[in-house]
Each structure stands twice: as structure tokens, then as C-alpha cells.
Design a protein. Structure first.
Length: 459
């Protein structure tokens, strides 16, 4: 659960007049507050000697003195950076290039977004992931069902074995997690192929639901198997499992009730909204934190008042944020898929339900503190809003499309204006209260809208 959490320290090598010292300093504290500690470790009498030459400064070799009012993180000091401790009056001069090509080359190498071995590694990982997606796409295409099952089983075994080898033997954790997630996709495809060929026509809603159910259940099992092999990044595999469970839930609705995909998607979206209400408390529990129960008498006020370890609380709080990020991203993916599936049917119930779901996600996102959590809600909401405009107008005449285009231009101008005025501005409290009331009303209204999509009012 604490995977990926690091202490916010910057390790520096300081070359003082008489010695070389290695220090780990907080990267979020200005250098002016750290200099007394650095000078104290650099020599016994250096703090008093600084009175003779206006104090001490830190600088890179060949660079100008570092601004002491800025933190190490803001200065971009990496781990292992070598700095020189010099008197302020005798600071080393900056490097002067006598060769234009050498100057340009040195500057380009020092750019923040220059190419590096780490970027090469990630590019190769992305290319590797793309090849796995291509493999899954070819196996999902029409063909001999037996041969496809055999190759899918082979891909499943190879990805699981590769995930374990990458994470445990090679020590490449990101590649191990990537292979573990890919293994869950091979599990899901294998589940579909075992149940039947998805390209068989004609097909009933029950048959399609059985295939979705098999894919969801097999994908969930694959997520658990991937985590068992890799034994890290529990958040990633839990989020993947939530997505596969949404597939299984939609398939179950289609198979049991014989409903089409658009109606099953509405039911899954409602279940996702309900699950989203429990994400904060669930993340809190999964990170190992526990809230004490409310006291009911005077004696219980003295229970659970022992101080907590600061470092442990910090790590677990960061783990809580990671769990919330992962689960909200999974819900965002599920709701995006539900919006697309609902809007494949252009009926009025589907349009109303999609509009309510998009509005609810946009309103819910404003209360989230993390950027990833907000994006997980706001991006699907924006996707739903665009689909609500594009899908009906795509089936209408040219005049309707022109009106929709003009409306989108006006909406773009409004959003651009809001980007200049709203961020960083303190809004009046009654706007937040109005948003809370609207969010509650939309959440309540989503229930009858989903029942409308499912055709309950026709009975």
C-alpha cells in the first residue's frame, strides 16, 4: 500500500573549504534556512568566519550562486548534485564559453525535457504495451475459435510469467505491473472465447450478456492472479478489477433480464455512482487508517487519545490518496464506457440519463482535492456533454449541425473566459451550497431516469 511513496529529501554533496560532506536535506525548505546547518557540518569555525566576508553561498561549479530564498525542489537540484560552499565575496565566476557549438551542446544537454535513458525505457514500455494491445485485437478478430483459444492461453501464461520475472528477478516493477494488467486482459478474452464466438450472428442479448459476464469474471480473476505474481501496486490491480467487475455486472443484467447493452449500461452507471460514495471511506480503510468510534459517555472520551507516529500517518495518508486516485480513475473509465453505450441508442430516456450522469460527475469532481481525482470525474463529464451534442445532431439535418457548431463555438468562448477568471478566485459560499443542493437533486433524479431507460414504467 505504501508502494511508490518516497521521503521528500534531496541528497547533496557539499564541497566545503576543508572537507567534502554528503547531506540529505528537505527539498521543500528554502536554502537560506538550510545554510546554517550545512555550514555547521562543513567545519567547526566556518559560521564565525562567515562574518568576515558577508556569509556563505552555495553554487554549482561553473554556475552563478544559488538563490537562497528558493527551495531545492524549485531550483531543480537532483539527488547527487555537487555544490560548492564559498564565501559570498569570493564566489566562483560563471563559465564563459569560447566555442559556440560547445555552448549550445551543453545547454541542450541541460534542458529539463532532454532525452534520457529513463525516457527511452518508458518509450520502449509503451511500444511493448502497444504490441500487446495489437495481439489482443488480432485474437479478438474473427477466426477459428480453437486456435484463438490456444494462442490466448499462451499469451496468458507468457504475460503472467513475464510479470513475475520482471518484478522479482529483473527488478523492473513498471513492466511487471504492465504485464500483470495485460494478463488480466488475456484472461478476459479467454473467458469470452470459451463461452462462444462473439462474431456469431444472429445473437441475442442473453448471449452477448453471457460473453460480457465471462469476460468480467475472468478479467477479475486475472487481476487477482497478476497481483499475486507481482505483489506490488495493489491500487493498479484493484482499479483494474473494478473495471472488470463492471463488465461482469453489465453482462449479468443483459443475460438475466434480456436487456440490450444501452439499458445494462445505465444500470451499471447507477451502481458505479453508489460505489463512488463509499470510495473515501474504503480508501481510508485500505490504507490502514482507522477512525475511533464516537464516544457515548465521559469515560470513552479518554480512549484513543494516544499520539500517533508522524511518519506512519504521513505514509498512510499518502496511501489513502493513492487508493482514491486509483478507484476514482476506475470509476471514470466505467462511467465513460456507460455514457458511450447509452448514447448508442438515441432515445430520449438515454439522453436524459446521460445528461444527468455527466452533470453529476462534473458536480462531484469539484469537491475532490487531488488533480487525478478531479480529472477522473471531469473528463468523462466533458465526454458525455460532447456526445450529447454530437450524437443527436449527427442524425439530424445540416441546419441542426450548423446550429450545434455555433453552440460549441460559444461554449468554447465561455470556457476560455472562465479559464481566465475562475481559477484562484474565491467564490461566495452560497455558490458552493447551491452546488451541493444541485448535486443531491441530480443524484436522486438519476434513479428514476435509470428505471426509465430500463423500461420499468412500461409494465
Amino acid at each position: 500500500m505504501n508502494e511508490g511513496l518516497t521521503v521528500d529529501l534531496c541528497r547533496l554533496t557539499i564541497r566545503a573549504p576543508d572537507r567534502v560532506i554528503d547531506l540529505a536535506v528537505p527539498s521543500d525548505i528554502p536554502l537560506a534556512d538550510l545554510l546554517p546547518v550545512i555550514v555547521h557540518h562543513a567545519g567547526e569555525d566556518l559560521d564565525e568566519a562567515g562574518l568576515d566576508h558577508e556569509g556563505w553561498i552555495l553554487q554549482r561549479v561553473g554556475g552563478t550562486p544559488l538563490d537562497a530564498d528558493i527551495t531545492a525542489a524549485a531550483l531543480g537540484l537532483p539527488d547527487g548534485e555537487q555544490l560548492v560552499l564559498r564565501p559570498r565575496t569570493t564566489a566562483l565566476p560563471a563559465v564563459r564559453f569560447d566555442n559556440l557549438v560547445d555552448a549550445v551542446s551543453s545547454t541542450v544537454r541541460g534542458l529539463r525535457h532532454g532525452w534520457s535513458p529513463e525516457i527511452s525505457t518508458w518509450v520502449l514500455r509503451v511500444m511493448f504495451g502497444a504490441t500487446l494491445v495489437g495481439c489482443l485485437g488480432l485474437l479478438a478478430a474473427p477466426g477459428a475459435i480453437g486456435s484463438r483459444i490456444i494462442v490466448t492461453a499462451g499469451g496468458l501464461i507468457l504475460t503472467l510469467a513475464g510479470a513475475g520475472a520482471a518484478a522479482r528477478s529483473v527488478g523492473d516493477r513498471p513492466t511487471g505491473v504492465l504485464l500483470g494488467v495485460a494478463a488480466s486482459a488475456f484472461f478476459a478474452l479467454g473467458g469470452v472465447l470459451v463461452v462462444g464466438d462473439p462474431w456469431t450472428v444472429p445473437r441475442t442479448h442473453g448471449q452477448a450478456g453471457a460473453e460480457l459476464l465471462a469476460a468480467g469474471v475472468a478479467g477479475t480473476v486475472g487481476s487477482m492472479a497478476g497481483f499475486a505474481v507481482v505483489s506490488l501496486a495493489a491500487v493498479v490491480f484493484a482499479a483494474t478489477g473494478v473495471i472488470w467487475l463492471a463488465f461482469a455486472a453489465g453482462g449479468l443484467v443483459m443475460m438475466v433480464f434480456g436487456q440490450p447493452l444501452s439499458q445494462a449500461a445505465a444500470a451499471v452507471a447507477l451502481a458505479a455512482v453508489v460505489f463512488g460514495a463509499f470510495v473515501p471511506m474504503l480508501s481510508f480503510s485500505l490504507s490502514g487508517l482507522k477512525l475511533p468510534p464516537l464516544p457515548t459517555n465521559a469515560e470513552q472520551l479518554q480512549e484513543g487519545i494516544e499520539p500517533h507516529n508522524g511518519d506512519d500517518i504521513t505514509l498512510r495518508s499518502a496511501a489513502t490518496d493513492q487508493w482514491m486516485n486509483g478507484l476514482h480513475l476506475a470509476l471514470g473509465v466505467v462511467c465513460s464506457g456507460c455514457l458511450v453505450a447509452m448514447l448508442t441508442d438515441g432515445g430520449l430516456p438515454h439522453l436524459v440519463t446521460a445528461a444527468l450522469l455527466s452533470l453529476l460527475m462534473a458536480l462531484h469532481g469539484r469537491n475532490l482535492g487531488s488533480a487525478w481525482q478531479r480529472l477522473a470525474m471531469q473528463v468523462p463529464a466533458m465526454l458525455g456533454a460532447l456526445l450529447l451534442i454530437l450524437v443527436p445532431t449527427g442524425q439530424a439535418g445540416s441546419f441542426s449541425r450548423l446550429v450545434a457548431s455555433a453552440g460549441l463555438l460559444a461554449l468554447g468562448a465561455l470556457l476560455a473566459t472562465l479559464s481566465w477568471t475562475v481559477p484562484g478566485r474565491r467564490l461566495l459560499p452560497h455558490w458552493g451550497r447551491a452546488g451541493d443542493l444541485l448535486q443531491s437533486a441530480v443524484a436522486v433524479g438519476l434513479v428514476p431516469a435509470v428505471l426509465w431507460v430500463c423500461g420499468l414504467y412500461q409494465y
